[in-house]
Design a protein around this ligand. Structure first.
Ligand code: CTP
Length: 455
């Protein structure tokens, strides 16, 4: 039997649906039923707590552009943390609270995340630093955001449920495909917004207006970008490189002068674009074999850094706080490029040597190598299609069953049988067992002879 509270929840949600039914049609049409239901619950909680709640950020922008987005960002004109706690109880969600920023993050069982912020006025102590936060009204909160297109809010309140709040002309700019800052200090306060502006330009096919571009350029010239913490730059770069067509954004950042400020020089010629596009093409082809292992951003970063030395790549990655594992993979990709270029030019006839050659390299390098076509592509394809799947059907246990006691000879023998399997000298478990038996015999026989000669 359902508990009293859950019955009340259902009645309340139903009431909301009836009450809000009409108004939400226009602006919320694009949302899925699940999202609409969730927003109704959020609305009900805000009504109970007598605070105002708004859906904000990218999801509102994208809904108006009819682009799917499931990042739920809520701003509460009241205590966002207490609101988060109440909502978490209602949705039976996990909650993480950041008291300093007056925010809460809810993780629902279904995997959905809801970020809740207290409508806030942000004070930047120093340019390029993270803001400190104080409560304020929704309009003030929106006025502190990066661009007009991101300053839209959707009301979740009874009196105007589903209506868009547009204080700064965001809808007009969406229509005109313009990226505009809300105030002239925007890039100085937060230089990562230069990267965001470029990301939105390229993702949405928009353009910064003249004033915004001039502000971006002068912020870059002032050297503000290099004052941002490495982690924030890293996150922006990874974001950009994970977009669908990252090269255009990289080129635009280069044109704005922002890349050189973070220590990257991408030559202007066609070759980078071509290299990146071809490598991404190869990544798509190889992904069927190596699902998700080749990371797009690592691949592109290696291409961007391909003229640097191993040491300077390390220093650059350390500055950007790139994880050690990623740093080594990027560095290995770059430093092994010339070696691979030489070694894999022609198709390998010996499959075992091909396997041994390729298994030592990062998968990102294999994708780059595949993009050089000809013999390179053939070798990589063979590796993925056949060689990575070659597995022995016998193990040390079988050697023990043959009566041998475990010793380092086991490894040698199994490696040799493996090699024979690659070179198609044996096939199937029976043949592997016979080959292993012969090899074990000869190894043990030889070592007995050595021992008796020594005596
Ligand atoms: N925001 C901002 N300044 C930043 C980062 C974010 O003003 N440097 C604001 C914007 O209003 C943005 C919102 O916070 O819409 C949410 O940020 P985020 O989730 O990072 O960006 P989205 O706009 O949702 O973009 P994306 O679709 O790429 O996630």
């Amino acid at each position: 039997m359902k508990s009293f509270t859950s019955l009340m929840n259902i009645i309340e949600t139903r009431k909301n649906i009836r009450f809000y039914g009409k108004k939400c049609e226009s602006s919320m049409d694009f949302f899925t039923k699940e999202l609409k239901d969730l927003l109704r619950v959020i609305s009900a909680v805000s009504r109970n707590m007598k605070v105002s709640a708004y859906l904000v950020g990218g999801i509102v922008r994208d809904a108006l552009l009819k682009i799917p987005n499931c990042d739920i960002d809520i701003v509460v004109d009241g205590n966002g943390v207490r609101f988060g706690e109440r909502l978490a109880r209602r949705l039976d969600a996990r909650i993480e609270i950041h008291k300093k920023f007056m925010t809460a993050a809810l993780a629902l069982k279904e995997g959905q995340q809801i970020d809740i912020a207290t409508s806030r006025v942000e004070f930047y102590y120093k340019p390029a630093q993270l803001p400190s936060v104080e409560s304020g009204s929704i309009k003030q909160d929106l006025s502190r955001r990066d661009f007009t297109i991101n300053s839209l809010a959707l009301s979740l309140n009874r009196k105007d449920y589903g209506e868009i709040l547009d204080f700064f002309g965001g809808r007009e700019d969406l229509k005109n495909k313009k990226i505009k800052v809300l105030h002239k200090m925007s890039f100085i306060e937060d230089p990562t917004r230069i990267f965001r502006a470029v990301r939105f330009e390229k993702r949405l096919g928009f353009r910064m207006d003249k004033h915004t571009e001039a502000l971006a350029r002068s912020a870059v010239e002032m050297g503000i970008v290099s004052r941002v913490s490495g982690v924030r730059i890293r996150d922006e770069l990874i974001h950009i490189m994970s977009e669908e067509k990252p090269f255009n954004a990289i080129k635009r950042l280069q044109d704005l002068g922002a890349l050189s400020k973070i220590g990257i020089m991408v030559r202007n010629g066609k070759d980078y674009k071509e290299d990146m596009e071809k490598a991404l093409n190869s990544l798509c082809k190889l992904d069927q074999y190596d699902r998700g292992k080749i990371l797009k951003w690592r691949l592109l970063m290696a291409i961007m850094l391909k003229d640097k030395t191993a040491r300077s790549i390390e220093l650059w990655c350390l500055k950007l706080k790139i994880r050690k594992k990623d740093m080594f993979l990027i560095k290995d990709t770059v430093t092994n490029m010339p070696k691979v270029k030489k070694a894999l030019k022609d198709e390998f006839s010996n499959e075992y040597s091909l396997y041994n050659e390729l298994r030592q390299y990062p998968v990102e390098l294999l994708a780059i190598c595949h993009s050089w076509s000809g013999g390179y592509a053939k070798n990589i394809k063979k590796y993925y299609k056949r060689l990575v799947h070659v597995k022995l059907e016998i193990s040390g246990e079988d050697l023990k069953d043959m009566g041998y006691s475990p010793s380092p000879v086991f490894k040698k023998v199994l490696q040799r049988v493996y090699r024979m399997k690659f070179n198609k000298k044996v096939s199937g478990r029976e043949e592997e067992l016979i080959a292993a038996g012969i090899l074990m015999n000869s190894y043990t026989h030889n070592s007995t002879q050595v021992r008796s000669r020594a005596r």
